[in-house]
Ligand binder design. Sequence first.
Ligand code: PLP
Length: 451
Amino acid sequence: PQISNHMPTAELQALDAAHHMHPFTTNDELTQKGARIITRADGVWLTDSDGNRILDGMAGLWCMNIGYGRSELADVAARQMRELPYYNTFFQTTHVPAIALAQRLAELAPGDLNHVFFAGSGSEANDTNIRMARTYWQIKGQPQKNIIISRWNGYHGSSVGSGSLGGMKGMHAQGGLPIPDIHHINQPDWWSEGGEQSPEEFGLARARELEQAIETLGADRVAAFIAEPVQGAGGVIIPPATYWPEIQRICDDHDILLIADEVICGFGRTGNWFGSQTTGWRPHIMTIAKGLSSGYQPIGGSIVCDEVASVIGGEEFNHGYTYSGHPVAAAVALENLRILDEEGIVTRVAEDTGPHLRAAWESLADHPLVGEAKIIGMMASIALTPDKSARAPFAAEAGTVGYICRERCFANNLVMRHVGDRMIISPPLVISKQEIDTLVERARRSLDETH
Ligand code: PLP
């Protein structure tokens, strides 16, 4: 058949279910309830195959920072494809888009994060980080310093390496994760796990689990600690203010590399260029992807400090991807960075639309189902609860109420995701104040309809 947007939805859904295996999906269910088919998008609005206009509260998968429909990026991609659609950056060759993007990222990144190793995605970039951190210590004569510590309920990607760094138990249950020498500590989720402690006490206690782990494993065996400044896929877990300064102190004291996974938090999401700036710490390596190109092209990478880059640079690093520094992706990313900068989008998140979303989002805290409503920049979550004061979870199977709420959001033409019984948003950073009001109104209506 000639498959196009003009086919009836049910036929497209049947073909999809017959041939397309979706990520993170029970594919058999798609034969009964077809996938929602998105046909077009503009700004923060998606259009589906039935003509519904849906407010995308998740910016795709946390990535459409400048919003949909920016033709400048299409023009840059077309121009680059005509001029040089591909060339590799292996074996002493390079090209202008990779040079220009690396230079711009070095300029944007804080401190001496001056060197970029490109990848095709966040998962690939974190695989690079595993190998780079271990290789760094190996070259420095400490090959036994190879354990990487990360956190339960963190997310770092879906490849074998990055999925091992992640602390998603459902992922570890399948396909042989984690690889050896990855160690997980607990997350700083005060709402669910803080018990009687104040958030400040809890933040310190959870940070000190890192120190305990380092002492148990031996500092001479720990290469690096990796974490998201704010956990995204884990449910927008915003750590208490005491957490990151203590983590920084611990890594400094024990000579451990600190890796910020900025795949979601980077490029304006938290109101600064990078989430580690908003949360106050100084990584040696940052993982980037998603907002780097606002999802218009698949591209990721690692931004690396002078010290690590100079050690790694002393030997051949036997690592790289065919699409490392892909010229079309790099050119598109550079144009995306230009737009973020010239349109003042990051500043707007910090000073204008971000505070507007904060006020609207926090107003949801008065809803009977809502425990805490938390937000940083333009990523936010609410914890659903039957008992606010006890911070109790629902007795029913975890996630059921969240799932119902998400379905109600869908019915109200709002994309909001649920992680267990947490509802989360991460809208395009270009969302207007009026659209923010629409988003929060629809969220409240969906909560009202959640029984
Ligand atoms: N790191 C974080 C923090 C992420 O949220 C993600 C994806 O959601 C990844 C890494 C993996 O990126 P990708 O899906 O591009 O491989």
